[in-house]
Design a protein around this ligand. Structure first.
Ligand code: HEC
Length: 288
């Protein structure tokens, strides 16, 4: 299938979901409780891919039955993951003392990874923001949002909650406002090709695009950061953070990609993490 010929498999539940999320006037959407929307979002994928349980939506495209035989290769590789050589030094860094403190110690004042993003002192904290704050308190010079080290350290923090269900707070007003913003971005068509995120990851999840199986939007946040073997061979750094993935997909849509610190990427992260509530984390993971 080509970009121009993305087909949509219309099913009754898809029509319902589009009506609920995309077609409703703004006022009506506001009045639907977020918890209810999330339930409908999850129910759509559970019905569309009825052989996959909610807990199993944490392997990106490999969650889907359509991914056989790629999923077999993926699971085989995960036994001796291609990212191990990049993860092990980051694990040691986690426990190393700089400026009188370790990251382990500094990050222990935050909740575990399965409760991020969360609000601290009126500020929505992503894991990367929390680690950056800690790195700064350690006087570390590489403390930049696009550094390889930050991605690897995020992988170390997130693997500590591997297998634990996402428990993001669905009632916090600040998070709910970002969810609303992320929701609008996710469902709005943009860019040269006039696609929305949903065009691919809802309406075409399970179909292939230029040889790639399109992952379901449900579970998207649970695997990140991922380690791309292609990226590793091209640049030496295989880590892809969730925000970098968003940047890549926004360019894929033919739109200008926001910078890593852009509020729109945080909004997408909050929207997707809230949709993934109750799904166990399974980060990091490898990708081709
Ligand atoms: C033209 C189709 C298309 C659009 C539009 C699109 N993506 Fe993607 N996206 C892909 C493909 C293809 C991949 C790689 C295969 C896969 O994992 O789905 C991908 C991968 C991803 C992944 C990584 C999944 C994983 O576990 O490896 C995330 C997260 C993601 N997209 C989110 C988004 C978001 C958010 C938007 C909107 C800003 C978006 N995408 C728009 C096609 C698209």
């Amino acid at each position: 299938m080509t970009y121009a010929a993305l087909s949509v498999k219309i099913s009754l539940s898809l029509l319902l979901l589009i009506a609920i999320f995309a077609g409703v006037p703004h006022g009506r959407a506001q009045s639907v409780a977020i918890g209810e929307e999330i339930e409908q979002f999850q129910a759509f994928f559970l019905e569309r891919f009825f052989s996959v349980s909610l807990e199993e939506f944490n392997e990106g495209p490999y969650s889907l039955p359509q991914s056989v035989p790629q999923a077999a290769t993926f699971r085989f590789l995960e036994q001796l993951p291609p990212y191990m050589h990049a993860l092990i030094p980051a694990r040691s860094e986690w426990n190393r003392t700089y400026n009188g403190t370790t990251l382990k110690n500094c990050m222990s004042r935050h909740p575990p990874a399965n409760q991020f993003p969360y609000v601290l002192d009126n500020r929505v904290m992503s894991i990367e923001m929390a680690i950056l704050d800690c790195l700064e308190s350690q006087d570390r010079s590489f403390a930049r949002s696009d550094s390889v080290e930050l991605a690897a350290l995020t992988a170390v923090f997130r693997e500590q909650a591997r297998g634990i269900a996402n428990q993001v707070d669905l009632d916090d007003e600040k998070l709910k406002a970002l969810y609303r913003e992320g929701y609008r971005i996710f469902w709005s068509r943009q860019g040269q090709y006039n696609y929305s995120c949903a065009s691919c990851h809802v309406q075409n999840a399970g179909n292939t695009l230029a040889g790639e199986l399109i992952s379901p939007a449900l579970g998207h946040t649970t695997a990140f950061p991922v380690y791309s073997q292609t990226r590793a061979s091209q640049t030496g750094n295989g880590w892809v953070t969730l925000r970098e993935q968003y940047q890549q997909c926004i360019s894929r849509m033919g739109a200008a990609s926001p910078h890593l610190g852009d509020q729109r990427l945080l909004a997408l992260e909050v929207f997707q993490t809230m949709n993934d509530v109750s799904i166990p984390l399974k980060a990091p993971q490898s990708r081709p």
